[in-house]
Design a protein around this ligand. Structure first.
Ligand code: PLP
Length: 376
């Protein structure tokens, strides 16, 4: 199998699996218990929090472990609004559904939601952001890097704009974390969502950073875990695996960034040399290093994904179907792609173990697949 779908999820690496297994044996007690075993688990949990906080250069009590990116995003949006469905929020046009659908829920409850458009490479139109921020805005939420096209946002500029009105800025950094420094404080980010399974850690684990300055309410009511903001017994083995994966990702960051950036450029150059009429989606430089999104007009993403799968190659198409626009990606629409391009986007997301040999095989198979679909 060739796996070019690392933005969907990544395989667990051996060091992380060992950490999780070890934790399941040694730290199975409830970290909230006051006996020796509980205290041992609590010590490990707090150590993990310190280690993650150190990577993010924030304070330990600003880290709240969650069940993943989706929960962190929902906690950020709904926790800031906290049942007072007044005022407004601002998001980008290309958010992941974990933010987009949470915003839609708030909208149904009466909160105004502005969706700021992006340019043709997926960069937020800062001028338009300036136009919608005002004193009634309770939260600005803009993703750090897009999961479909990989474009990285100018977070510093966005942070400065939000700060001018004292509006907290949330960023869904699920796709950026572990691949580039987030510089949360410098970028003026007060809330940030991250997830474990995109960085070779276990699934069902993530975190929400919340600056001490920002009051946030819980979405679940229970004990006092995670400062009462995310209650419920923590999944300690997963958390320890997550933090281990994060440390490895940070240690490898620079080398891996360069390797994957060049490998995706190589993939792009091979595709353009081999297949006619292709359109690259997303910013060619301001992007997370392993992501390349290409439209193959005259086909559909679904057909390509299925045909490649038959040849043991895993890639992804655009987002799931929305009513009325079957198989068309909202992100590709937002960057102005025509219908025939928006339904035919394929995301290649390469990872640590991806190789040039794999790229050569994928391009060879892809050429046959695209040509035969176009001939139908
Ligand atoms: N946000 C982005 C940008 C993502 O890519 C994903 C996962 O695909 C999520 C949020 C959701 O994260 P999780 O799968 O940990 O719930």
């Amino acid at each position: 199998m060739i796996y070019f779908d690392h933005n969907a999820t990544t395989p667990i690496i051996p060091e992380v699996r060992d950490t999780v297994e070890n934790a399941m044996e040694r730290y199975w007690a409830n970290p909230s218990s006051t006996h020796t075993l509980g205290r041992k688990a609590a010590d490990e949990l707090e150590l993990a929090r310190d280690r993650l906080a150190a990577l993010l250069k924030v304070a330990s009590d600003e880290i709240h472990f969650t069940s993943g990116g989706t929960e962190a995003d929902n906690l950020a949006l709904l926790g800031i609004i906290n049942g007072e469905y007044t005022g407004s929020i601002v998001i980008s046009d290309i958010e992941h559904p974990a933010v987009g659908n949470a915003a839609e829920f708030l909208e149904e409850k009466g909160v105004l939601c502005y969706r700021v458009p992006v340019d043709k490479e997926g960069i937020l139109r800062i001028n338009e952001l300036h136009e919608v921020v005002n004193d009634s805005v309770q939260l600005v939420s803009v993703m750090f890097a897009n999961n479909e096209i990989g474009t990285i946002q100018p977070m510093k500029q966005i942070g400065e704009t939000a700060a001018r009105y004292h509006i907290p800025l949330h960023s869904d950094a699920v796709q950026a974390f572990g691949k580039m420094p987030l510089n949360l404080t410098e970028n003026g980010i007060s809330l940030c969502s991250i997830s474990s399974h995109k960085i070779y850690g276990p699934k069902g684990c993530g975190a929400l950073y919340v600056s001490r300055e920002v009051p946030i309410a819980p979405r679940t009511y229970g004990g006092s875990q995670e400062r009462g903001i995310r209650t419920g017994t923590q999944n300690l083995p997963a958390i320890l695996g997550f933090v281990k994966a994060a440390e490895i990702a940070y240690a490898k960051m620079n080398a891996e960034r360069e390797y994957l950036f060049n490998l995706t450029e190589f993939l792009y150059s091979r595709i353009t040399a081999t297949i006619t009429d292709v359109v690259r989606n997303g910013h060619p430089e301001q992007r997370i290093p392993g992501t390349l999104n290409i439209s193959f007009p005259g086909t559909t993403s679904d057909m390509i994904v299925k045909a490649l799968d038959k040849q043991r190659i895993c890639v992804s198409g655009g987002a799931a179907c929305h009513s009325g626009s079957v198989g068309s990606s909202h992100v590709l629409q937002a960057i102005g792609r025509r219908k025939q391009e928006a339904v035919a986007g394929v995301r290649f997301s390469l990872g640590r173990a991806s190789t040039r040999e794999e790229v050569e095989i994928v391009v060879r198979v892809l050429k046959q697949v695209v040509e035969s679909l176009r001939a139908q």
